[in-house]
Write a protein that binds this ligand. Structure first.
Ligand code: SF4
Ligand code: SF4
Length: 347
């Protein structure tokens, strides 16, 4: 991407945030590939943003594998640590990192990132191979004093039985959180809410669970705008995608589900990725049903964790916490019912 294109993109988004009076401003996430390959561009762009835009908050975030973070880059990043953030992808201890990403986590500048930007977290993605180690490695990084975010990779050929492995791993992580209240849980645990299960809104309202094409957009190197990075031609190789996408209203959630998923009892818990649906199955509606078992594992363990956590304080729950408890119980029951049907159907 040229500097001019990058500036145009930022001006467009800032103009829109201004018009909409967006108090939170705009978050620009720079990623690739590996964005530090164009550190020269990042530096120039950030300096221009900080010099010219002062009425809209612009948060600059770089998602990196950390392998190119040399002393010069560290020095510049440390000098601007209040205005630019790094998210480093680290999937586990050395052997897991080597298997998933071909390098050793002990060689990465993890210490620098977390000392310089202590509120940032490591981003851990579990593959099929590393899933049985998910809890061990996540806890290992917690014990080193790091914040970690972890989730299973998308687009993986999850096989029968992987959901059970994931559930066991999540249950270990949940127990760790219950025993270590000083540790900040991953977003998956911290931000989970099942309140939607108590409402009577129709299923289609929950057919799209992300902001792709609405408040979340992505730009290609030539400055073309897409609903999300998964729709960018250099991700899926389809050049005329904008023509195809022009008939999809990304704010109409009912457009994002097929008949079978519409009948699903845990639809309101299913975090599908419409970009992957489009790339892998040719339509934003067609979900990856290999992930049903992963949705089930997450929802059951996290609702159970919430129930245990809230019940510790059962005599002093606020009305909001009582509602959360009721919702978590409903979620847990739904998951158990879904599991019976799911395994009866799938053997
Ligand atoms: S859990 Fe499976 S069946 Fe249910 S909505 Fe998600 S993909 Fe569809
Ligand atoms: S389409 Fe997928 S990757 Fe894009 S915002 Fe939605 S969930 Fe995230």
């Amino acid at each position: 991407m040229s500097l001019e294109t990058a500036k145009d993109i930022i001006e467009t988004e800032v103009r829109q945030a201004r018009a909409l009076k967006e108090e939170d401003g705009v978050r620009f996430n720079l990623f690739g590939g590996e964005p530090l390959l164009r550190f020269d561009l990042i530096k120039e762009l950030c300096q221009w943003v900080w010099k010219t835009i002062d009425d809209v908050k612009c948060e600059m975030v770089i998602t990196t594998n950390g392998t190119l973070l040399d002393d010069d880059k560290k020095q510049w990043l440390a000098a601007h640590k209040d205005r630019i953030h790094l998210i480093m992808s680290v999937d586990g201890k050395d052997d897991v990192q080597e298997c998933n990403r071909g390098c050793h986590s002990s060689d990465l500048p993890i210490e620098f990132v977390l000392k310089t930007m202590p509120k940032r977290f490591l981003s851990m993605t579990a593959s099929r191979q590393s899933l049985p180690r998910f809890a061990d490695d996540l806890i290992y990084f917690y014990e080193q004093g790091y914040r970690v975010e972890g989730k299973p990779a998308q687009g993986i050929d999850w096989q029968e039985g992987d959901g059970k492995i994931y559930e066991v791993q999540l249950a270990r992580i949940a127990n760790y959180y219950l025993e270590h209240p000083e540790v900040t849980p991953t977003f998956l645990f911290k931000d989970a809410s099942f309140i939607q299960l108590l409402g009577s809104e129709p299923n289609e309202k929950y057919a799209k669970m992300c902001d792709a094409g609405v408040t979340f957009v992505a730009y290609d190197v030539d400055g073309k705008r897409y609903p999300c990075h998964h729709f960018i031609p250099n991700v899926h190789g389809k050049e005329d995608i904008l023509e195809d996408l022009k008939n999809i209203d990304f704010s109409d959630t009912s457009r994002f589900i097929d008949d079978e998923c519409m009948k699903c009892d845990i639809l309101k818990l299913c975090r599908t990725c419409c970009g992957r649906n489009y790339n892998e199955r040719g339509d934003v509606r067609f979900r990856d049903r290999r992930t049903c078992q992963m949705v089930l594992a997450e929802s059951r363990v996290i609702s159970s964790y919430q129930i245990k956590k809230l019940m510790r304080n059962r005599d002093r729950l606020t009305s909001k916490e009582l509602l959360m408890l009721k919702a978590a119980v409903k979620c847990y029951q739904l998951c158990c019912d879904f599991e019976r049907k799911f395994y009866a159907r799938n053997g």
